[in-house]
Design a protein. Structure first.
Length: 137
């Protein structure tokens, strides 16, 4: 199974959180996938956070303190930055483990915009194929 890059706004879950969070890209402004910035191992900003933290019985508001991303891209890098992949994880200093719930990439033919594909399809209608019998005599 091929791994996918995680993009800005991807949904993440913390094992100690009560709500899902979203990653905010702040580390770079050059590399995009499907019109959204790629997440690097330097991106540690969440908006919103994970609600309340279940590390203690009174469940205080979550104040995430992300450590180093694990299982990041090995070959494709941007300077010293590695890219966060759909199976990457990161630990929180408060004890939680954060995983990617939705990398936000959506499949489309050749990475093209589905609306543009629809416009092209209507401009080039399909014509039924008619077989012609060619005899070698």
């Amino acid at each position: 199974m091929s791994r996918k890059y995680v993009i800005d706004g991807a949904c993440v879950i913390c094992s100690l959180g009560t709500a899902k969070g979203k990653i905010k890209v702040t580390s770079q402004h050059k590399l995009f996938i499907q019109g959204k910035l790629k997440v690097t191992d330097e991106d540690k900003t969440l908006a919103p956070n994970f609600g309340s933290c279940k590390r203690s019985s009174n469940q205080p508001p979550c104040v995430p303190a992300l450590q180093k991303w694990q299982q990041t891209s090995k070959k494709v890098v941007m300077g010293s930055r590695k890219f966060v992949m759909d199976n990457s994880t990161v630990k929180c200093s408060n004890g939680g483990l954060i995983i990617i719930d939705d990398d936000l990439q959506r499949a489309s033919p050749g990475g093209a915009d589905p609306e543009k594909i629809s416009q092209l399809s209507s401009a080039m209608p399909m014509v039924p194929y008619q077989s012609t019998n060619i005899s070698g005599n």
